[in-house]
Design a binder for this molecule. Sequence first.
Ligand code: MN
Length: 751
Amino acid sequence: MTDNYFDHAAERRMILQQYKELMVSVSQKSDERRQQEVKKAFQIAAEAHKDMRRRSGEPYIIHPVEVARIAIDEVGLGATSVICALLHDVVEDTDYTLKDVEDLFNPAIAKIIDGLTKISGLFDHAGSSSIQAENFRKILLTLSDDVRVILIKLADRLHNMRTLDALPEKKQLTIASETTYLYAPLAHRLGLYSIKNELEDLSLKYTHPEVYQTISTKLKESELERQRFINRFIFPIKKALQKDGMDHKIMHRTKSVNSIWKKMKKKEIPFEEVYDLFAVRIILDTPVEHEKQDCWRVYSLVTDHYRPRMDRLRDWISIPKANGYESLHTTVMSNEGNWVEIQIRSRRMDEIAEQGFAAHYKYKGDGSVEDLGLDDWLSRIRDWLQNPSADALDFLDDFKLNLFSDEIYIFTPKGDIKTLPVGASALDFAYAIHSHVGNRAIGAKINYKLEPLSKKLLSGDQVEIITSRKQTPKEEWYQWATTARAKTQIKQAIRDNRKKHVDIGKKTLKNHFQELKIEFTDANIKALMNYVKTQSQVDFYHKIAIKEITEETIKAFSLSYNKGNFLRLIKKQFSKSPAPEESSLDQEIKSKLTSKPQELLLGQDIDKMDYVLAECCKPIPGDDVIGFIKPKSGMEVHRTNCPNAIQHMSTYGKSAVKAKWKETPTVQFLTGIAINGIDKVGLVNEITRIISDELNVNIRSLEIKSHDGLSEGVIMLYLSNTEHLKNLMNKLSKVDGIQKIQRIKKTDQIV
Ligand code: MN
């Protein structure tokens, strides 16, 4: 270093000293060529920042050098990250451009710097909670670009927090609270436990200065006493381990100020009553193939001396935590009568616990200490982004699971965030929005792709729930839901629905009995209930209402019954006058027949219609239609080309009513489309994309089967009119691979 970057000799010495220390770490991890690159990055940064000073008065270059040191020593990153850390503020704050960085180094480094520059805007100006949600989504997206961006950003924030004293108080508070709600959780998710603890403690120092001071003072005051206790406590363990000849290190770590404070708040106890102020850690130097066995051997030695508390045994060696944490934890009773937590782990496990992801991938790579493992992992993500395949999707699932072990974050189309437990389905999300949304859900668009309600969600998914006013919760939903909220609401809605069905069921049953000449008596109803093996009246009438028990069922029942000796009970006694309700029902039909409207206007509120759209041809607005008044069922509307309508003309011709649609129907109607085509990669995707792009189209079901190179599918949709349907069919017919599109009335019939 011969250039004259710095004014004062003393400052220059200090900077070079820090640079030297950084290079010691770099030289342990990288070859000569990489070391030269790091040197170049330092020179460029020093030159670019030479006139800048931090608020503390220090030369600015101290900051990037320190961030680089944290990145390599505390986060476990490699030379690439050191270079990026050194240059991280160069593009943002000096005349250098990204293009310069790319020319001077390489595109990969330029890309990370670009990410760092972009997220600094996101991170550092987060204000309200809604911006926070949006930021989180963007951070997630950044993560899949290059996780090093986040890791370096964490190193940057850690250094800023360590030097926060220099800033004005208001700025301190903003930065500290951002650290609490964004950076510390992020560090936790990435498995960087010690950085997470330090960030939390430093935040507490500024957000709750008196709490922080009190606890840290008390910790300091009790330190000597604690040290003596620990020495007494570990003495027998040390001896046993030495006797056993196991290569080990015993450490103890005082809990973070923040975690002590959290415990005091949660248990409502003073500092003096927090007993587990520290944990003892036994780290074994043992090869990977022996580590599990050795850790358990140590457990055995420890529990020879101290009685373990069985409900506190945690074996994260057999089953590691989702973020990669491996360790064996136990809590034992000391001779002085208090519980002490002991963590037993190998050196490899300890590095993973301290450095999280970076260490994890270091061990998963080819064993070299350069960030090869991480690079490999990142290139897999890049591949996935360019070439989505089933395998890659599985991998991404793992990745997301690793980051977010117990909770997932789901975004609404507007960017609001909902937190759900891992394993939650689209249905859980629907209920998390509102019970009305849940109860009326028919499907979901997950990242713009149509999926069933049972689909499990992944962190970062954007989900839109498709609803229909005609939907009601189904029994099977219960299995799709995991949250207590959704389960309770589904149960409640099903119960409410059944109650509503009782009236309909009763009326229907009365009609069926009349038709089959069975007397409507309690005894006969009871007999039928036994026959269909239904105990509860609510369930029974519900089954009738939803046509699970039909006239056919009752006919079969009456026939089987008549074979026995109960004929008298069943047969309707004709001598009796008909029940008053029945006569009024007759009259109602008669009056309907005489006072029939000249023309029926269809549309408007489908729930309040005094007509029924025929199941056989499923008319939708725009179709030519005709209405028939049928005894019992009332007005039924068919398409004029429906074979059943033609037949009805001969039977109910007199009661036929001209019908037409209102101009602007607000209601949506269920219709179906059958698709035939060539089985092609991406066909389903293309179809669903077209349908979901279409406004006002809701999919009720989508089923596409492939066999022998051909695809056959049926899509049931809610649409508002025929124009709309024609439009959609037209668009679909243009999809490469689709050979035939037809409208259907039922899944098996083509109109
Ligand atoms: Mn910075």
